[in-house]
Design a protein around this ligand. Structure first.
Ligand SMILES: [Zn+2]
Length: 400
């Protein structure tokens, strides 16, 4: 059997309409040669973790279980993480070299994406588990339940850990005093020299792929975070999980600023994805395919909602899907495609078959099980609105 390389690039948080605008203006993907643009691709979930779990298992969130509920939220790692093997294990068994480079902390071995033979984190989100404190990867899941309860309140987290698990507290103290200064320096460097928060690691990912050749046959997964919030460097000025539920929503000036910065950040992710695809298509000895997509979109006040997660509007679940190949690509078909179908498509591709049809289903779904994160209830939060979104919903797309 002839060996085929494959890469999957996720431009995290890239809306379909934003991608189409960029491609119309710059034509970076069309100019790469053989390209197929799938117009009706639906993300199975409106946020990162369930959506990626669906891509890698070929199952909807209701089937793979790595999703939020009313009680289980994003930082409750033990309960929410992906607990089943992915197609990466199957590729390993076939002799593939499997690489992942992720800028998103939810797409890491900690959250269950542990099948890759090579995993590189290129994240600027060093503070997701502790605001100002950084600890080792081994300790992160152990402290996550406290983060889930107390958010970024360092004093409350520390007191609770000290009370319940004094040994863990000592371990955390030792790890944090070693790692926090390094993380702080990295953050300052990112802000001053690298253009954070618009730049979120993509530049380093491109550099790594250009400098370190992949051993063939390979499967490469890349997550580019540029289009994801934050967009504004100033604290308290950005959208976050709580924004849609504020009693007093953002003013038009702020919304316009977010939209402008989103467009800037998204164009970076778009350019990085095209650069990676170009590098891979030119550099390989074997036949190579690059699949470029997104895990969900982003709302900027449409339907009175901001950000992603919890809602299944077009702005949040319609995503781009592009297939690029070193040789002729099969024609796109009408009808709906879901990211859950990528697994079967990929497995057929590595088996040497043409299987564009595998991407499509008569009916595809988007599912939400509530608000992905714990929202700190303050006076600023509209509890009624929060409750309205913190529940299960399904949207179906059927091609007649
Ligand atoms: Zn995402």
């Amino acid at each position: 059997m002839k060996e085929r390389n494959l890469a999957l690039i996720v431009m995290d948080t890239m809306r379909l309409d934003e991608f189409n605008r960029l491609e119309q203006r710059h034509r970076l993907f069309s100019s790469l040669g053989h390209a197929a643009f799938v117009e009706k691709c639906i993300a199975p979930s409106p946020w990162t973790l369930p959506s990626h779990a669906s891509i890698f298992t070929g199952l909807y969130p209701s089937e793979h279980g790595a999703h939020e509920t009313k009680r289980i939220k994003a930082l409750d790692i033990d309960h929410i993480k992906l607990k089943m093997p992915t197609f990466v294990s199957e590729l390993n068994a076939l002799g593939y070299n499997t690489y992942a480079i992720s800028a998103n902390p939810y797409v890491t071995p900690i959250y269950g994406f542990s099948d890759f033979s090579h995993f590189y984190e290129e994240s600027y989100f060093t503070d997701i588990f502790g605001s100002v404190v950084e600890v080792s990867d081994r300790l992160k899941p152990l402290v996550a339940k406290y983060r889930n309860l107390y958010g970024t309140n360092l004093l409350k987290i520390s007191l609770a850990v000290l009370n319940n698990e004094p040994d863990l507290f000592l371990e955390l103290l030792a790890s944090a005093s070693l790692r926090t200064p390094i993380a702080a320096l990295k953050k300052i460097k990112a802000k001053v020299f690298e253009g954070w928060p618009i730049e979120k690691g993509g530049s380093r990912i491109v550099k790594r792929i250009k400098q370190e050749p992949l051993e063939e046959p390979y499967f490469l997964f890349v997550n580019l975070m540029e289009a994801h919030e934050p967009y504004v460097e100033k604290k308290g000025m950005d959208l976050n999980w709580a924004t849609p539920f504020l009693k007093k929503g953002p003013d038009q000036k702020t919304i316009n600023l977010w939209k402008r910065l989103y467009a800037k950040a998204a164009s970076k992710a778009y350019a990085y994805a095209a650069e990676i695809a170009k590098t891979l298509l030119k550099g390989a000895d074997n036949e190579t395919m690059v699949v470029v997509t997104s895990d969900h979109g982003q709302a900027f006040g449409e339907h009175d909602f901001f950000g992603h997660g919890a809602v299944l509007y077009d702005e949040v679940v319609r995503v781009p899907l592009v297939l690029l190949s070193s040789r002729q690509v099969d024609k796109v078909r009408p009808g709906y495609c879901s990211l859950v179908n990528l697994k079967e498509f990929i497995m057929e591709y590595v088996a040497g078959k043409e299987s564009m049809q595998k991407l499509y289903s008569k009916t595809v779904y988007a599912q939400s099980f509530g608000v992905p994160a714990n929202i700190n209830i303050t006076n600023a939060i509209d509890i009624k609105k929060l409750r309205k979104f913190d529940r299960k919903s399904v949207r179906r797309f059927t091609y007649a």
